[in-house]
Design a protein around this ligand. Sequence first.
Ligand code: RP5
Length: 153
Amino acid sequence: MPKVAVLTGSKSDVPTLDVCVETLAKLGIEHELHVMSAHRAPAKVQAFASSAADNGFEVIIAAAGMAAHLPGVVAAQTALPVIGVPVAQSGGSSVSGMDALLSIAQMPPGIPVACMAVNGAKNAALYAAAILALKHNSVREKLLAFREAQSKA
Ligand code: RP5
């Protein structure tokens, strides 16, 4: 069974990630949600990222706001695909997520991170599913059914 890690930089980001976790669950994808800040808990991030592949994760989703370094810091320590979600909280950053968007999108050459839209947590789950679908037929079937239902709706 494929497993996805959903990481967030703060407990305050978790509500933004609800739709990501719900979508992964709908697609039958096993996942774990962990809060770990690249700035406030760097040792925890290093330990998790460097052992993620050995611990059975195949894709990592990392969400953060403001100077959103979590996706890039995670990507620097694993060869797993990392999907970044820039977070804009109401009453949070004064620049509406542009800070997090650019922090995640503007990775230097050599360490890529896929960057979703600001608060694009649902697409992060769907993109993770698309990656897993290359190898896991059960995920491919659920993803195709999701797309079909979406078109009909
Ligand atoms: C980032 O700083 C987090 O991802 C969060 O979006 C932002 C603010 O964090 P809190 O002060 O709400 O914990 O690291």
